[in-house]
Design a protein around this ligand. Structure first.
Ligand SMILES: NC(=O)c1ccc[n+]([C@@H]2O[C@H](COP(=O)([O-])OP(=O)(O)OC[C@H]3O[C@@H](n4cnc5c(N)ncnc54)[C@H](OP(=O)(O)O)[C@@H]3O)[C@@H](O)[C@H]2O)c1
Length: 292
């Protein structure tokens, strides 16, 4: 196989992609990031982006770069548009010119007020903030080209950057410090562990479907249930907590019912997506391995 280029290899998902894809020595992985990668540059520098992709001449490009902070997207909406909308559009264009397969990672931040509903790829979406707006517009630009896949997902994982802890790292830190946590019982997701998503993506390289596909856990759970299950698995007991409501938070308006229907991806790959128990099981395995 020719090379796979991972755009955004230092992020939470990017690190997982490198780890999972590199396990197979027949898949040559090339990385691009702001630092610490094979190619280091700002992705908004179009000359460097073109030079990188043309010199690698990859068979597959996976875009895991984004601005994911809702606050950052609100306060710097121009930058969010550049990274979450224009960049995936440009990558799809360059991949189309080179005849390579493009996988763009999008979001599930599109659904409101229907609790634990599992949303299909074709369901109507609601835009609550600049993150969702810029991600959705990014999907639209990618969809202008052929030979690409837009992945809607909800991921939890490790970023290994103490300055920017992920949701999972924040939970583990709170368990370890015995801090009281506020658990939202009105915020639903079908979160999948990053490594599990990457294994599905690796399998998709053999099939190369096009269009939009949800890749997520088969269980839709609220954050209270997710965090309690995680704490019981990792620490053997519940954390100290109180119940909160995501819909009573001040600040950036949020989507709250992010559950995804995974029947399309299950039909494509021919196996079931992990349920909540399996997601927590795999997170704990790596938690032990990494010695947090
Ligand atoms: N995290 C979630 O809960 C979640 C949920 C659903 C979907 N997703 C999607 O999953 C994908 C991966 O998210 P993630 O959580 O892995 O995000 P992440 O950890 O923040 O990784 C994104 C990476 O993109 C890089 N990046 C952004 N702008 C760049 C630029 N101009 N030049 C070079 N690098 C740039 C960031 O580098 P810097 O930090 O140096 O800027 C960062 O390393 C995104 O498409 C996101 O929308 C995430």
């Amino acid at each position: 196989m020719k090379k796979i280029l991972i755009i955004g290899s230092q992020g939470m998902l990017g690190q997982s992609l490198v780890k999972i894809l590199s396990r197979d020595s027949s898949i040559p992985v090339v990385t691009a990031a702001r630092y610490g990668a094979d190619y280091n540059f700002d992705f908004l520098d179009d000359t460097s982006l073109c030079e990188c992709i043309e010199s690698i001449n990859p068979d597959v490009v996976i875009n895991a770069a984004a601005i994911v902070s809702l606050q950052h997207c609100e306060s710097e909406s121009g930058m969010a548009y550049a990274v979450n909308t224009k960049l995936p559009g440009r990558l799809a264009e360059l991949c189309h010119e080179l005849g390579c397969y493009f996988i763009h990672i999008s979001t599930d931040h599109y659904y409101c007020h229907d609790w634990d509903k599992k949303h299909l790829e074709t369901d109507k979406i609601t835009i609550r903030n600049e993150y969702a707006r810029t991600k959705y517009l990014g999907e639209q630009l990618v969809a202008l080209h052929a030979q690409n896949l837009i992945v809607r997902t909800n991921i939890v994982g490790y970023r290994n950057n103490s300055l920017k802890p992920t949701f999972l790292e924040w939970c583990i830190q709170a368990f370890n410090r015995d801090e009281e946590m506020t658990l939202f019982d009105d915020f639903y997701t079908s979160s999948i562990y990053t490594d599990q998503l990457c294994i599905v993506l690796k399998d998709l390289l053999q099939i190369r479907p096009e269009g939009i596909v949800n890749i997520a856990s088969s269980t839709v759970s609220n954050k209270e249930d997710f965090i309690l299950a995680l704490a019981k698995k990792i620490k053997g007991k519940e954390p100290r907590y109180k119940i909160g409501k995501v819909n009573q938070l001040l600040g950036v308006p949020r989507a709250d019912s992010l559950g995804l229907d995974v029947s399309k991806i299950e039909d494509l790959v021919g196996y079931r997506m992990p349920d909540l128990e399996k997601v927590i099981y795999d997170i704990e395995l790596d938690y032990k391995r990494m010695g947090y």
